[in-house]
Design a protein around this ligand. Structure first.
Ligand code: SF4
Ligand code: SF4
Length: 475
């Protein structure tokens, strides 16, 4: 039996607590890919708020979620509250991408991109840096508390806390000017909400990556459960080649009579030398030789481990490899072009094109009209009737816009803007305007007349903005 990737368990009240997993390091292409993804993700998350961006108006931060102004700045894109449909569309498109990737490539999200996996990887790296490789960490965990153990565990936890704090702090600087937030935070000048957010995120990162660790993937994360619905016989999985590894007589450690591949084949022994390396490097502490398991996050580290052993022995790689159920059981190549996968891909591509087109062609302005109903109408001394409306005009462009207001559908009506002499909006400005319309009595039986407010840009060339309304008089 391979040595379990954990320390001995203690049974308390008949309940077996989760064993701590001591992950051994490994070199190989999947490890390199995982590290590359980690560095990329960290570079994006930690550096993005510090990146500056030239705008004609607005903040010079590339990515900024400005709640006060109710504007989200994402490089050249500025999102207004009414653009929330993009966020919904983005989530739907991301879901289709996840379905497609999971249907074809299996659980790669968990193995290489999931935030918890990334932070868990960092915490494991810290552990190894401070306490040493796996055998040293197991030894340390078993030894009684002494100066060495207290020092190493304290340094590990302090580094955990530092990473957790930087993670939490970085989150809040997306919501304000990063340099101001940095100095303001340490000078104690930010709102209470900022300190509470950092405290919650620091604590949750520390607890989840430091203590919940792989248990979060195994027992809490719902994705591990519903991914089965997206899997089929052609989905890429990581599997141990049972036939090659076990042969007829099973696996066996290298011994005098079972040293070379030829000797083992003559004795009907498989290629698995039962070294346990694949188990020791597994971040969730499972044995891939037991078959496909829910706990496997498809990180590929066991492939690297086994390939390393096979290379050292001079035997072919691939005893543990990416494959599919169809390939394992029937020996035939998986089919990727299936209606389900094509449907997910088309939905993703179609959604992305729609969203890109929508963003590129967003209206530079919008307007909404609200009828003021208290009172519904007023009769003027000259016999005409007056209705009042509130116009909310939003300039989403990066230029100052000079506007003219006309109405269509109410001939001879008079527009009264009160003391407002001109309608001029600065870049990204939203303005509410009280408009009174004066008109003769409507002779329809219901006393109502539909019409349109039209905003005509005077200094810029773009289409007039329209919104409809009703004019009321007595029936
Ligand atoms: S079994 Fe292999 S692929 Fe699955 S989680 Fe463990 S190391 Fe990663
Ligand atoms: S690393 Fe390969 S040879 Fe070693 S136990 Fe795992 S499957 Fe067997």
């Amino acid at each position: 039996m391979a040595e379990p990737n954990s320390q001995q368990r203690v049974i308390f009240n008949g309940v077996e607590p989760a064993q701590k997993v001591f992950v051994r390091s490994v070199k190989g292409s999947f490890r390199n890919f995982k590290t590359l993804m980690l560095l990329l993700a960290y570079a994006v998350y930690f550096l993005l708020p510090w990146l500056r961006w030239d705008r004609i108006s607005g903040p010079d931060q590339a990515v900024l979620f400005d709640l006060d102004a109710r504007l989200f700045y994402i490089f050249g894109l500025i999102m207004h509250p009414q653009d929330v449909v993009w966020l919904t569309a983005f989530l739907i498109i991301a879901a289709y991408l996840l379905f497609f990737v999971t249907g074809v490539l299996g659980r790669v999200w968990c193995g290489y991109f999931c935030f918890h996996t990334l932070w868990l990887d960092t915490y494991t790296f810290i552990e190894r840096l401070v306490q040493g490789e796996r055998p040293a960490r197991i030894r340390l965990s078993k030894q009684p508390w002494n100066a060495e153990k207290i020092t190493k565990i304290s340094i590990t936890f302090l580094l955990y806390l530092l990473v957790a704090f930087v993670t939490g702090f970085t989150f809040i600087i997306y919501w304000g000017n990063a340099p101001d937030m940095f100095f303001g935070f340490f000078a104690g000048e930010l709102d209470q909400a900022a300190y509470i957010t950092v405290a919650i995120l620091t604590a949750s990162t520390f607890m989840l990556a430091g203590f919940a660790r792989e248990q979060l993937c195994k027992s809490v994360c719902p994705y591990a459960r519903f991914q089965a619905a997206m899997f089929d016989r052609d989905t890429l999985i990581i599997a141990y080649d049972d036939k090659r590894g076990e042969a007829d007589a099973g696996r066996a450690k290298i011994s005098k009579d079972n040293k070379t591949r030829e000797q083992r084949q003559a004795n009907n022994i498989g290629d698995c030398v039962d070294c346990g390396f694949c188990v020791q490097v597994c971040p969730t502490g499972i044995d891939i030789r037991d078959g496909l398991q829910n706990e496997c996050i498809s990180c590929g580290l066991c492939i690297d481990a086994c390939n390393q052993i096979m290379t050292n022995l001079g035997w072919p790689k691939g005893l543990v490899r990416y494959t599919s159920e169809r390939e394992v059981t029937m020996g035939i190549r998986p089919k990727y072009f299936k209606p389900k996968n094509i449907g997910y891909a088309l939905a993703f591509i179609g959604g992305s094109i729609w969203m890109g087109w929508n963003m590129a062609n967003q209206d530079p302005m919008d307007m909404s009209v609200r009828k003021i109903r208290q009172p519904m109408y007023v009769q003027l001394s000259d016999g005409r009737y007056q209705n009042s409306y509130e116009l909310k005009v939003n300039n989403k462009s990066q230029q100052t816009v000079d506007l003219g207001l006309v109405i269509e559908g109410l001939p001879n009506a008079e527009i009264d803007l009160g003391r407002l002499k001109e309608l001029k909006l600065k870049p990204e400005q939203t303005q509410s305007v009280l408009v009174r319309i004066k008109h003769e009595r409507i002779m329809h039986s219901d006393g109502q007349q539909p019409f349109e407010f039209v905003l005509v840009p005077k200094n810029i060339v773009f289409d007039p903005i329209r919104d409809s309304a009703l004019f009321y008089t007595p029936k």
